[in-house]
Write a new protein. Sequence first.
Length: 112
Amino acid sequence: MIVYSGLGILVAPVAVVGFLLPIFLEPWVKKQYGVAVPSWCVMSLAASLPFVGMLGLDSMLRRFWPTRRAVDRVTGHEIDILQSHTFMFVPVKWCAYIWMGLAISLWVATRL
């Protein structure tokens, strides 16, 4: 069961596309340019593209997503409240760091 709030559901497509894009582009590069891409390069991109994509998604959601206005009861001033975007109860920004932590853990595990 996937639980999300706001546009946090976009974390999954960003992760899948960022992970699979270098893998699917590897044969195209080999066919187009006749150069075999090293597997470490492909997998480094497959690990880092979702990380960068999720951080970019978080940045865009913070910048362009509308805020709610509320009135502070004590001071009477209006304040803007950002809507939270979560995926599996984790904010989008932290999903990126969790992804990179898992990628580094898998890299270390394959080196042993």
